[in-house]
Design a protein around this ligand. Structure first.
Ligand SMILES: [Zn+2]
Length: 382
C-alpha cells in the first residue's frame, strides 16, 4: 500500500514516540499541521468517492491472503507483559501488525484487532468533541532498547525507571497497547505534563474505552501492582468488551484480573536497570545468563544496593582480555569474554571494602566461557 493510501486509510495522523526530544517533536508538529490541511481535503475526496468510508475494513494488497483471514484467538489478547512477565517467544508470528502513520507522521505499527477497536473508539469520542490520536503503539524489543538509551540520555535514569520498560518487558511489545495524544482546539497535546492536566477529557475517554475492549492499564493507586505511575494515555486492548467492562467496573489491573500479581522488585538486586546495549556477538539470552551470575555475586555483598548493569560492548571480547581471563584461571581454555559495567551504592554505615554511603560508578565485571561452555564470573573491580 502506498504511503498516501495509508494516510487516507488512517484518516487521522496517529501519534508520537515518547522518546523523541522536544526539538524533534516541534519539527514534526509543523509538518503535522501542514499535513492536516491536505489530509482534510483528501479525506473529503475519499468519502465522496467511496461508498463505504470504513477505514478498518480496507485491505492491504501486500499482505498475504492467509494472514488476512487468520483468526486471532481471544486468549492472546489477555497476554500479560509487565516488569515480571517477559514477552513470550515468537510473538510476532502470532499477531498481525498493520503499518500506519502516527500523529507526528511517523511510521508505526499496531496489532490489527486493537487498531480496528481504536478507530471505533475514536469515532465515538469524536461525536462528543474529544479527539484522540495514535502516539506510540507497537515497539519491537530492539526499538525498546533504543528508547531506553534515548530516554536515559535526555531525562536520566530515575525517570527511565519510572516510565520506560526494560526491553522485553514492555506491554508495547504486544501490539495491543496504544498510547494516545489529544487534539484540543486544533492543537496537538502530546507532552506528558500537558496531557496530565486534561483530566476532563481523560474522564470521557476512560468512560468509553471498555465498550470497545480497552482498559486503562496503569491506574492511579495501583502503582505497586503495575510497577508504573498513572498514565491516562496508555490503553490496552483486551479483545472482549465484556472483559474490559468487568475489569474497569471492578477497578482492577490486568494483573489482578488474571490472578498474576507478583511483587514488583523494589530496592536491592532485583530492581536493577539492565542495558543489554547492542551486540553482534551475544544474544540477549547469552547476556541474561551472564547478568544472573553478576546479580548472584552481588547479592552476597551485604548492604550494597545495585542500581544498574550495562553491557560494555563487543570490544571487550578481545584477544588480550581472553588471554588475561585464562591467566586468572589457568587450565580453563576460555575462548570468549564478556564485560559489564555497573553502578551501585555502598552501605550507609560502611563496611566491607567500601566507603560508607557512596555511589560507585562503572564498576567492571568480567566473565568468560569455553567453547560451548557456560559463563563463569572471573574478575570484578575497578
Ligand atoms: Zn504506553
Amino acid at each position: 500500500m502506498k504511503r498516501n493510501d495509508r494516510l487516507l486509510l488512517n484518516v487521522i495522523p496517529p501519534v508520537i514516540n515518547l522518546n523523541l526530544g522536544k526539538e524533534h517533536r516541534s519539527i514534526n508538529m509543523k509538518s503535522w499541521m501542514k499535513r492536516g490541511m491536505t489530509l482534510g481535503i483528501a479525506l473529503v475526496l475519499m468519502l465522496a468517492l467511496t461508498a463505504c468510508g470504513s477505514a478498518g475494513t480496507s485491505k492491504d494488497e501486500n499482505e498475504p491472503e492467509a494472514q488476512e483471514t487468520a483468526e486471532i484467538e481471544q486468549d492472546i489478547y489477555l497476554t500479560l507483559v509487565n516488569k515480571t512477565h517477559a514477552l513470550p517467544d515468537g510473538w510476532e508470528d502470532k499477531i498481525q501488525l498493520l503499518d500506519m502513520k502516527n500523529a507526528y507522521d511517523e511510521d508505526i505499527q499496531v496489532e490489527k484487532g486493537s487498531y480496528e477497536a481504536f478507530l471505533a473508539l475514536r469515532d465515538d469520542l469524536l461525536k462528543e468533541g474529544v479527539d484522540i490520536e495514535l502516539d506510540s503503539c507497537y515497539r519491537s524489543v530492539e526499538r525498546q532498547k533504543e528508547l531506553w538509551a534515548e530516554f536515559e540520555a535526555e531525562y536520566g535514569l530515575d525517570y527511565c525507571k519510572q516510565y520506560v520498560a526494560v526491553p522485553g518487558y514492555s506491554e508495547h511489545h504486544t501490539g495491543f497497547a496504544v498510547d494516545v495524544c489529544l487534539i484540543k482546539d486544533g492543537e496537538l497535546i502530546y507532552e506528558n505534563d500537558a496531557m496530565m492536566k486534561e483530566t476532563e477529557i481523560w474522564k470521557k475517554v476512560h468512560e468509553k474505552m471498555p465498550e470497545y475492549g480497552f482498559i486503562l492499564r496503569y491506574l492511579e493507586g495501583k502503582e505497586d501492582i503495575t510497577g508504573y505511575s498513572y498514565e491516562p494515555w496508555h490503553m490496552r486492548y483486551v479483545g472482549d468488551p465484556a472483559i474490559a467492562k468487568e475489569i474497569t467496573e471492578k477497578g482492577l489491573t490486568l494483573e489482578e484480573y488474571l490472578g498474576q500479581v507478583d511483587p514488583i522488585p523494589e530496592e536491592g538486586a532485583a530492581d536493577v536497570t539492565i542495558d543489554y546495549g547492542a551486540s553482534e556477538l551475544y544474544s540477549q539470552e547469552d547476556m541474561e545468563k551472564a547478568v544472573d551470575l553478576i546479580k548472584k555475586e552481588f547479592s552476597t555483598w551485604e548492604g550494597c544496593e545495585l542500581h544498574s548493569i550495562r553491557f560494555a560492548g563487543d570490544d571487550c571480547n578481545s584477544a588480550d582480555n581472553i588471554r588475561w581471563m585464562n591467566e586468572l584461571k589457568p587450565g580453563q581454555n576460555y575462548t570468549q569474554c564478556i564485560e559489564f559495567l555497573s553502578d551501585f551504592h555502598s552501605p550507609v554505615e560502611g563496611g566491607g571494602a567500601w566507603e560508607p554511603d557512596q555511589e560507585y560508578k562503572d564498576y567492571q565485571w568480567y566473565l568468560a566461557r569455553t567453547d560451548g561452555g557456560d559463563w563463569e564470573l572471573v574478575s570484578w573491580g575497578y
